[in-house]
Ligand binder design. Structure first.
Ligand code: FES
Length: 151
């Protein structure tokens, strides 16, 4: 099994002086690849693969990180809105395609026009976006997180 990829970007606390908690991406790192565990139960699953994204310890409660899965050239946003609750999203804003870049309280924020999405569901909390972030199936095995993505 490969090592977990390092996060491309990480949301971390900005300042204790802020009125609302604001988390920002703070680091750039390299990401890694896939395990290639194919789903074979149905034709839909047969075209999907499971990719190792990170270890649970790589994510802070109330924060998130973006990981790059090099083998499929995709960015994956993983959030941990509550302890041991993890979610995976496509970090591309559904308004005009900018990559989201921060978490403010319970919302993922887009820097371009201020759209916000729920960290648990990806639902729009503030426009101009009208569609939720694309959600990926996320599974936890031991202390590692995997996303299942259609090829
Ligand atoms: S591209 Fe994200 S709000 Fe416009």
């Amino acid at each position: 099994m490969s090592e977990c990829p390092s996060p491309k970007s990480t949301f971390v606390a900005e300042s204790k002086l802020s009125i609302s908690r604001r988390n920002l991406f703070s680091s750039i790192a390299i990401a890694a690849g896939a395990l290639g565990l194919s789903g074979i139960a149905s034709s839909a699953q047969a075209s999907s693969k499971k990719y190792k994204v990170c270890a649970t310890k790589d994510l802070k409660v109330g924060g998130g990180s973006i990981f790059f899965i090099s083998s499929i050239n995709k960015m994956i946003l993983i959030t941990q809105p509550k302890k041991d609750v993890f979610r995976a999203f496509n970090p591309t804003c559904t308004h005009l395609g900018t990559q989201v870049n921060s978490i403010q309280g319970k919302n993922i924020s887009c820097p371009s026009h201020g759209a916000m999405f729920d960290t648990t569901t990806g639902a729009v909390q503030r426009g101009p976006a009208t569609m939720p972030l694309q959600k990926y199936t996320l599974t936890k095995e031991a202390n590692n997180l995997f996303v299942t993505i259609a090829k």
